[in-house]
Design a binder for this molecule. Sequence first.
Ligand code: NDP
Length: 336
Amino acid sequence: NRRVVLSERPNGLPDAKTLQLEHSEVPTPGADQVLLRTRYLSLDPYMRGRMNDAKSYAEPVKLGEVMTGQVVAEVMQSNCEGYAPGDHVLAGSGWQDYALSDGTDLRNLGQTPQNPSWYLGILGMPAYTAYAGLLEIGAPQPGETVVVAAASGPVGATVGQIAKIKGCRVVGIAGGPEKCAHVVENLGFDACLDHKSETFAADLKAACPQGVDIYFENVGGKVLYAVLPLLNAFARMPVCGVVSWYNLSGLPDGPDFGPAIMGTILRMKVKVQGFIIYDSFPPSLFKDFIRDMTGWLESGEVTYKEQVIDGLEHAPAALNDLLLGNSFGKMVVKVG
Ligand code: NDP
């Protein structure tokens, strides 16, 4: 049984000492327990936050503990009613080959789910984040302009595709020409701009001739500063994430953007609302999401791109790639 544990808290980007691979016995299920074999591990930006010993919406991972993460696993042995060997389940058992569960924290996906890894992406947490944040907080209206960064990733790609379905003009932001081409050609955004380009702020302004009505905030940093002057009166800003800042260990040097941010919110009457997907929306919304997303995938209105990394041992390096923008599509690790 291989397990990746948090062995040291990182200062900045995680390094070789942060996450370490250990070996242990395969656990034996007790009465009322199932033995799970991990098939796919999801890699997500929030994992960087769990490595810090800081106040947040969730407890940090303790030193020496298995790194947290959502997985699709297969039931190998079951002493639990409702679970049979061969069932696939969604579990929170983290970065390891095997785990035990009493079943209360599992979602049963059945014996042979089609595309099991999709429950970590387009049929799971990241796409639901996009759906809920855009529709409930952004409230898109036909003809409005929506801007979203990390546009080729699972959240951004879904935000943009749903906004197109709702009749909006959608402008994506991504790192590099290959990602930008994918966002326009395969995802159907109206435009996609490279945030690494020297002319990025001017390009964004040109791509939003009617201003910006919804800025779905995924990254913070220079993208946020380029969007601020383009916001229209009564714009909405669902604050989903600020991934460009996740590796900061303190406030950065440089100009103080507080006046620009708060001044714009005030003058343009911008609605800014942060949210955490686990507890910010009524549970019934998830059913609406599954119904709508299943329909959109069947009709081809939504398409999905995954990057599959082979082997648990490669997960730490893959997470750094994700944080640095070197991933392309929803990153999952094929574990067993
Ligand atoms: P992605 O797989 O899209 O990975 C993050 C992407 O962010 C990178 O690929 C990169 O894309 C972009 N990025 C990284 N650094 C920078 C930078 N300095 N400037 C601009 N872009 C950068 O992630 P997800 O789709 O899984 O998540 C997107 C956001 O949503 C994250 O902030 C995440 O924390 C948040 N989130 C929030 C949830 C909530 O409940 N509030 C739930 C789920 C996700 P590129 O190369 O294109 O720049």
